[in-house]
Design a protein around this ligand. Structure first.
Ligand code: GLN
Length: 281
């Protein structure tokens, strides 16, 4: 079949089934085709009168069926780009979002480049945040924890693949396995923060629910982390948190109640206050 005809038909089909804008559906079909044919999107556009071989057609059809069932492209390809690196992702981990790069940048702004610092990442998932920070601050050491052994396996494989050696992975339910004698200069977390009955969860059904929801309001884990972090922070150390689009004010209030100073929220790529932090005094 000719690429142009296939692209037209399948983009329309995908757009209808997943209720996607046609431009997005078209882009996704191009990604699937480019992956199967091992060519660039530019090649597909330039040579859209080429025919797909029977073998490539069969492989493409399998991937397209998976996408029609709403499986995210990142799981279909088994990888996702984050902070300039390619992370392996499986259904055991949340797919890293571009917005979370704001958390990495906000943390990096508080980590020295010329002296060692101790960093803790809570609920590391694929390891995207921990590995990005560790890679950008080679003198620092990052401890990354997750309660999911399956997630830690993915995170460790990512650190090995990306050649980042200043990060250690520990199985821990938030702070539980971390001795209180440990003092960190920066603690970061992108915890689950979606409310349990949020309609938005329907679109995220392929991702681990434990990485997404936290109680009726979605605030349970954010609250827990804010409360316990001071025991593990060095004086003047920072806690930085990603949270939901409508949670910045309440997160700042929790930080204030827990006695943090320099409380601030920062906007993400869509101008939503998405990351908040405070300094331990
Ligand atoms: N930002 C993600 C989403 O809404 C949720 C990630 C999280 O709960 N930490 O798709």
């Amino acid at each position: 079949m000719q690429i142009r005809a296939l692209l037209q038909a399948d983009a329309a089909h995908l757009a209808t089934v997943l209720a996607l804008p046609i431009t997005e559906a078209r882009f996704e079909v191009q990604l699937l085709l480019a992956h199967v044919m091992q060519v660039s999107r530019a090649w597909l556009i330039a040579y859209d009168d080429s025919e797909l071989s029977a073998e490539n057609m069969a492989s493409y059809q399998l991937l397209f069926q998976r996408r029609l069932l709403a499986e995210p492209i990142a799981y279909i390809f088994g990888e996702k780009e984050f902070y300039g690196m390619c992370f392996t992702v499986t259904p055991d981990v949340l797919i890293p979002r571009p917005d979370t790069e704001l958390l990495v940048e906000s943390a990096l702004a508080r980590i020295p480049t010329d002296s060692p610092a101790r960093i803790l990442d809570l609920g590391t998932g694929s390891g995207a945040i921990a590995i990005s920070i560790a890679q950008s601050r080679p003198l620092s050491h990052v401890i990354a924890v997750d309660k999911s052994a399956a997630a830690l396996t993915v995170a460790l494989a990512n650190a090995v693949k990306l050649g980042v050696i200043n990060v250690t992975f520990i199985a821990s339910d938030w702070f539980l396995a971390i001795p209180t004698s440990e003092q960190f200069d920066v603690i970061v977390s992108n915890p689950p923060y979606i409310a349990e009955h949020d309609a938005h969860l329907q679109q995220l059904q392929h991702e681990p629910i434990s990485a997404l929801t936290a109680g009726i309001t979605g605030l349970d884990d954010l609250q827990k982390i804010i409360k316990h972090a001071p025991q593990y922070l060095a004086q003047n150390g920072y806690l930085l948190l990603e949270h939901g689009y409508n949670q910045a004010a309440i997160v700042r209030e929790y930080l204030a109640q827990a006695g943090y100073a320099d409380i601030h929220s920062e906007q993400d790529l869509s101008n939503v206050a998405r990351v908040s932090w405070g300094r331990k005094v």
